[in-house]
Write a protein that binds this ligand. Structure first.
Ligand SMILES: C[S@@+](CC[C@H](N)C(=O)[O-])C[C@H]1O[C@@H](n2cnc3c(N)ncnc32)[C@H](O)[C@@H]1O
Length: 225
């Protein structure tokens, strides 16, 4: 008997949301955040993480690749393969997720527990520039009332323009991707948004979403000088 395989169905809309399109307040929120510098006391663990990075860069200066919201750091290790001459730094607020990291074949990456927004503020203040920035499957916060919890609706989002470099964001929610691209343009990050299929997943969420037949979206852009 031969095994039967059913072709995988693509599920275009898997996010339960009360939004039918980009949030109507998106641009005014981002513009307001751009005008008012985001400030919040930096958590101790994030300051410690930033000191480790500074020490690493001082000991051996290399271009810097940042993997924000890295979860278990699968993407950080894979990006370290892709950028062998750079430091690749994965940050996540969850010690629990970071502790699940598997594999360390390369010595050009670090996994640090840090709150992303405060870490970006530390980088901006120290005038550290990025070669590239990866944000793979940030939390979607799908209710319309949660706009300001999304990465592009957060007060710290405009800080990204001070870090420079290219930026790639991936999500399984098309509205989130569209909003991200619109918000990015407000802070000088110009790029394109497209449906995406990954031949080999870069993260655990990407793997899970692909196995479940979700449609994936990718924004890729560069900061306009
Ligand atoms: C949906 S998971 C994606 C993880 C990983 N990128 C992946 O694709 O498998 C989102 C991650 O963002 C982290 N996170 C959420 N808010 C954060 C913040 N403000 N600073 C740092 N990490 C955060 C969570 O702990 C979680 O690991």
């Amino acid at each position: 008997m031969t095994a039967q395989t059913t072709p995988k169905k693509i599920l275009p809309n898997v996010i339960v949301t009360d939004q039918l399109g980009p949030h109507p307040d998106l641009l005014s929120v981002v513009q307001r955040h751009r005008k008012h510098l985001w400030r919040k006391p930096c958590p101790e663990h994030t300051r410690d993480a930033f000191r480790i990075l500074q020490q690493t860069l001082e000991n051996e200066p290399r271009p810097l690749v940042l993997d924000s919201f890295c979860g278990t750091g699968m993407s950080t290790a894979l990006l370290a393969d892709r950028y062998p001459n750079s430091w690749v730094v994965g940050i996540d607020q969850s010690a629990h997720r970071l502790a699940k990291h598997q594999g360390r074949q390369r010595d050009n990456y670090l996994l640090l527990r840090a709150e992303a927004e405060s870490f970006w503020a530390c980088l901006a203040e120290a005038k550290v520039r990025l070669q590239s920035h990866w944000m793979l499957y940030p939390n979607p916060w799908p209710k319309a009332s949660q706009l300001k919890r999304r990465v592009h609706g957060h007060g710290a989002f405009p800080l990204l323009s001070k870090l420079g470099g290219s930026l790639e964001m991936r999500t399984n929610w098309n509205i989130f991707a569209t909003e991200f691209a619109q918000a990015a343009a407000v802070i000088g990050l110009l790029g394109t948004c497209e449906a995406y299929t990954s031949a080999s997943p870069l993260t655990l969420f990407e793997k899970k979403y692909q196995q479940r037949g979700h449609e994936l979206w990718r924004f890729h852009g560069e900061f306009y000088r």
